[in-house]
Design a protein around this ligand. Structure first.
Ligand code: FAQ
Length: 317
């Protein structure tokens, strides 16, 4: 029988060869725990992320905008489901995962604890929040855990439609009346810094990065991805004729990247630790949705039990 040292060698050899780790493969307990944490946090972010945009479905300015936003919010639910399924392959149940979210034990992305105050926020969320999510998720398509990687491939395709629909809203507003352009600028002012926070703490403060990079869960660091996002987004803001609210933002010829101002890390940790503008209401709405949906789960379970009984009966006959 193989001992743990041999199993760990085989695991590392797979990673070195760039092969996926699959659910039935042996894996270090810490690798499993890290993935459950990250995939479930990601799943929770998708379903909590439905709330700030869901608030605008009834207030969208036209039927077309309403249909597009509705489709986007439904996609987020789908992403949550793929990700919960990927997390379940690591030996944790959906009930346990949701319980961790509802009791505040599990985190979800800080970005969804900010208010969506105007229609322009639907543009800014799509353009910036989905834009940042894609940068992170394109990397995660090459993550070392097979089910997570495959979920990401599908999610990225949908996410790029989300980003474009947001940018298109911003284009319409930026080319509209002075009031509409001001609304777009105001949304950019409010969403820019929280979006940069989505990439997580700076590398020197990121306690999980060393293991995650070693295990190829993450292929790029928080700061590298944040820089990539800034570099890509500046030209998009210029095209809109909008100003990114960072006076220190400046192209650095030597580095080949934009330099930027310091993030307010105190605000970031406050939001992560539950003291952001909407943390309380987001969890309250989620728990209520779960409780209101209890009858659906009971009906599905009763139906599954009845079907299993019928099938067992026909096998006996
Ligand atoms: N918010 O050591 P690190 C989307 C926590 S999807 C809250 O650097 P790691 C689609 C972190 O968990 C958006 N907490 O951690 C959409 C850790 O705490 P723990 C979600 C954060 O894991 C669009 C601690 O800080 N995407 O937007 C945040 O190596 C529109 C130390 O941090 C994902 O989840 C934060 N921003 O790197 C939906 C992508 N940052 O657990 C609707 C997958 C860090 O040790 C509408 N996740 N923390 O107690 C990842 O790539 C990583 O988990 C990072 C963090 C990069 C987020």
């Amino acid at each position: 029988m193989e001992n743990t040292v041999q199993l760990e060698e085989q695991f590392n050899a797979k990673l070195d060869k760039g092969e996926f780790i699959e659910p039935k493969d042996w894996m270090p307990e810490k690798y499993r725990k890290t993935l459950i944490r990250q995939i479930s946090q990601h799943a929770h972010s998708e379903i909590i992320g439905m709330q700030p945009e869901g608030n605008w479905i009834t207030r969208a300015p036209s039927l077309r905008r309403k249909a597009v936003l509705l489709a986007k919010v439904q996609d987020e639910a789908g992403h949550g489901l793929y990700l919960y399924s990927a997390a379940e392959t690591m030996g944790i149940s959906r009930d346990e995962l949701l319980d961790q979210l509802h009791t505040g034990k599990a985190k979800y992305s800080s970005i969804f604890n900010y208010q969506t105050l105007t229609w322009a926020d639907m543009g800014a969320v799509g353009w910036l929040v989905d834009g940042a999510a894609i940068i992170n998720q394109v990397m995660l398509q090459r993550t070392s855990y097979g089910p997570y990687s495959r979920a990401m491939v599908r999610i990225c395709k949908e996410e790029s439609f989300h980003q474009r629909q947001g940018y298109e809203i911003m284009c319409a507003l930026a080319a509209g009346t002075p009031e509409q352009k001001a609304m777009a600028q105001d949304a950019l002012n409010r969403w820019w810094w929280p979006t940069l926070m989505m990439f997580g703490p700076k590398d020197s403060e990121s306690k999980n990065s060393t293991d995650s990079i070693r295990w190829k869960i993450k292929r790029e660091t928080n700061d590298e991805l944040r820089q990539k996002f800034i570099d890509r987004t500046v030209a998009q803001a210029e095209h809109l004729g909008l100003v990114i609210p960072d006076p220190e933002l400046k192209w650095n010829e030597e580095r080949g990247h934009y330099d930027s101002g310091e993030i307010n890390w105190e605000e970031f940790w406050n939001v992560v630790e539950g003291r952001g503008p909407c943390n309380h209401i987001r969890l309250k709405v989620r728990v209520a949705a779960h409780e209101n949906g209890a009858w659906v789960r009971e009906a599905a379970n009763a139906y599954a039990a009845k079907k299993a009984k019928r099938e067992a009966g026909s096998l006996v006959a």
